[in-house]
Design a protein around this ligand. Sequence first.
Ligand SMILES: Cc1cc2nc3c(=O)[nH]c(=O)nc-3n(C[C@H](O)[C@H](O)[C@H](O)COP(=O)(O)O)c2cc1C
Length: 194
Amino acid sequence: MSKISISPTNDYCPQTLFLYGTYDDEGKADFGLFCWFSYIWDGELGVMACIGGDKLTRENIHKRKVFSANLVTENLLPLADYLGNTNGHDPEKMTPGIETEEGRVLPVPVLTASPVNYELEVKQFIPLKDGEVMLCAIRNVLQDDLLGGSKDGSTEKLAAIAPIRTTCNRYFSWSGANLGGWGEPMAQWKGKVE
Ligand SMILES: Cc1cc2nc3c(=O)[nH]c(=O)nc-3n(C[C@H](O)[C@H](O)[C@H](O)COP(=O)(O)O)c2cc1C
């Protein structure tokens, strides 16, 4: 195989998407869309997340050191795209119809329509030039009852909940279909999850 050198890219590394839920100073829930999310091991499973630039999600996490990470599925894509392309400082961002509930272990807002939710506590902030990496302990994982407790049939369960993957500024279905560019699916957001 002959190779060529190219500029830094993650074009060939599709990533799973999560909506991070935080509370602001008034106790109002905010959600933003994030893909720089992965796992770490330190005697137990943890999470690493990178946030670039200033945004409400980052400010809220700094103040409270906790947030939720809610798996984005095909059903949630129009809402997720909207939340990833709307600034949290816009007072209209969290329109009615975005159903949330309280975490079971941490004081974090959880997105009801997402079938898998992590309740995360930041143990370490690693500031970078512009962004920041956060190393987190997983304090709780909530899972839709319908997914059951055991790992049996996880292939079918993944196909049923259909997590979204993203690369090249586009969204892809679990089966690999192109679901549109960033900023496109939000046109179908009608104020509720279908
Ligand atoms: C597909 C997609 C993935 C994103 N992933 C990240 C990410 O991993 N890190 C980040 O800092 N911003 C990411 N963003 C941008 C944030 O979602 C965006 O800044 C959003 O406004 C944050 O919400 P907030 O303003 O309520 O904090 C992503 C946006 C999109 C559309």
